[in-house]
Design a protein around this ligand. Structure first.
Ligand code: FAD
Length: 318
């Protein structure tokens, strides 16, 4: 089923969903399946699997020269989606990114997903290339997520790359995109960012998942601004429980988000990360209860492929 069909079938009840990462290259998929297994008790209708672009690593050769090598550290998003779907009979949402792909490679991946019966995709620009000047880095044909949205929308109409006419065969993807209640870090202001978010919806995005935030007011105000602009698709809040004191600055730096003063004060009082984890879980429970009471369509947890904190939160909220 499509994400939007799950949301419609819930008839206003708030759903529970999670995001996981593919295992690091060399680790088995079994550990990931063990993380997901206990979370299935809370009946997520869909599970997102992230995509990770190739990185350039530097290897010293026998002749002493340094060689650039492209390496995908967490490969296998599409296969992992198929494995999770097969094991738990749950819908999966692969993330697809612009970074390092040609439109032809993207079309190929979309056909694979279509034939696997995976009908949901979250389309993203992708994290930026860590070594943009490297000669070995694959260029990205697309600059913005909206370019991907346009390609998938075309496929849903039977318009494939380099074909003169529309075909009878059509894909049937439900398209999700990302949004940032505290603004995307490259956007000059929130209004401009919202203009481009509306563009993604106008190109065919059917639902939105937000970046993590720790102050619900930011989500509520963001939803109001979207509605005022005519962005009427479901907006699913993303939630992450803090687990380490160092995340006060690392999450702020990495995701360009603000931490509420009350949360920072509580965490600074903690003697160790065990205590921080408790505060993080309690904060996420309060956030989740308020979002649920306000009628959020689904609460989407960034698990980072760990289950304990999300289990505790889900037990308290669902
Ligand atoms: P876009 O929508 O393309 O926007 C990027 C910037 O460009 C914004 O500032 C926007 O305002 C601006 N913009 C958009 N369109 C235009 C235009 N036509 N002209 C001018 N400006 C424009 N990254 C990964 O690598 N893998 C993942 O699996 C992944 N999953 C994610 C899941 C969620 C829910 C979220 C919130 C983020 C995820 N990311 C992931 C991170 C994401 O790739 C980065 O945040 C990226 O920098 C932006 O992606 P986007 O799709 O929102 O970009």
């Amino acid at each position: 089923m499509k994400v939007t069909e799950h949301l419609a079938a819930a008839k206003g009840k708030t759903l529970f969903s999670i995001e996981v990462l593919p295992p690091q290259k060399g680790k088995t998929i079994d550990d990931l399946l063990k993380v997901i297994e206990p979370l299935m008790d809370f009946k997520p209708p869909f599970i997102d699997v992230t995509y990770h672009r190739e990185e350039i690593i530097y290897k010293k050769r026998a002749d002493g020269l340094i060689e650039e090598v492209p390496l995908r550290k967490r490969p296998g998003t599409v296969g992992i989606c198929a494995a999770i779907k097969g094991r738990f009979s749950v819908d999966t949402v692969p993330h697809l990114v612009c970074g390092g792909f040609t439109p032809e490679e993207t079309e190929d991946a979309l056909f694979t997903l279509h034939y696997l019966g995976i009908n949901n995709v979250l389309l993203l620009q992708g994290d930026s290339d860590k070594n943009p000047k490297s000669n070995s880095a694959k260029p990205s044909a697309y600059k913005y997520a909206s370019d991907l949205v346009q390609q998938v929308s075309n496929m849903n109409r039977g318009r494939f790359l380099h074909e003169e006419t529309e075909t009878e065969m059509k894909t049937n993807f439900c398209i999700g995109v990302a949004a940032y209640p505290e603004k995307h870090f490259e956007a000059p202001n929130l209004a401009t960012d919202l203009k481009w978010l509306k563009h993604k919806v106008d190109c065919g995005a059917e639902y939105i998942v937000t970046q993590m935030f720790f102050d619900n007011q930011k989500y509520f105000e963001f939803v109001d601004k979207c509605r005022a602009l005519g962005i009427n698709v479901p907006i699913i809040p993303g939630i992450k429980p803090i687990a380490q004191k160092s995340q006060l600055s690392s999450l702020s730096k990495l995701f360009h988000i603000d931490m509420p003063e009350a949360l920072v004060d509580e965490i600074e009082k903690c003697a160790d990360d065990k205590a921080v984890k408790r505060v993080g879980i309690e904060w996420a429970i309060q956030q989740s209860k308020e979002l649920k009471a306000a009628g959020a369509p689904c609460l989407h947890y960034y698990t980072m492929s760990r289950s304990e904190a999300t289990i505790e939160i889900a037990k308290a909220v669902f």
